[in-house]
Design a protein around this ligand. Structure first.
Ligand code: FE2
Ligand code: FE2
Length: 165
């Protein structure tokens, strides 16, 4: 069954938000690599790839419903941050913002009595809990370390071990 206009608009916008997240994390990866933190940069590249996967899940769902995806403009990401600590604070805030978007989508699906979208979106509800936990975990580790301290190099090595999850 085709999506309602409201559900189509929100899901279509979510494709953009996921791709915009990928763009933001990729920009952070470029910055981190430039700041001699290749492990953090690698971690952020993996995160960007995950966001592209999220976008494609929604993209494919829209098509499966018989609707057409309309790609929206993506904003250019920030280029400069104070340090890696600020990057993870901003990222954590961003993930909380995305959780809000997903919650709005879940509410809309319920209002529209769109059960297929409700079931589809449950995956994203769970995923956002994981996303927030992932970023909170890195922030917790960073809270023990000053920027430019030797401990950062050890954490950078650990960040390089991120696998596809
Ligand atoms: Fe995402
Ligand atoms: Fe995310």
């Amino acid at each position: 069954m085709l999506l309602s206009d409201k559900m189509w608009k929100l899901l279509n916008e979510q494709v953009k938000w996921e791709l915009e997240s990928a763009y933001m994390y990729l920009g952070m990866a470029a910055y981190l690599n430039d700041k001699a933190l290749p492990g953090f940069a690698f971690w952020m590249q993996k995160q960007a790839a995950e966001e592209v996967e999220h976008a494609m899940k929604i993209y494919n769902f829209i098509e499966e419903r018989g609707n057409r995806v309309e790609l929206l403009p993506i904003a250019a990401p920030a280029k400069e941050w104070a340090n890696v600590h600020e990057i993870f604070e901003k990222s954590f805030e961003h993930e909380q913002f995305v959780t809000g978007l997903i919650n709005n989508l879940v509410d809309a699906a319920a209002e529209e009595k769109d059960h297929a979208s409700s079931v589809f979106l449950q995956w994203f509800v769970t995923e956002q809990v994981e996303e927030e936990d992932t970023f909170r975990g890195v922030l917790d580790k960073l809270s023990f370390l000053k920027p430019d301290s030797p401990g950062m190099l050890i954490l950078d090595k650990e960040m390089a071990t991120r696998t596809d999850d």
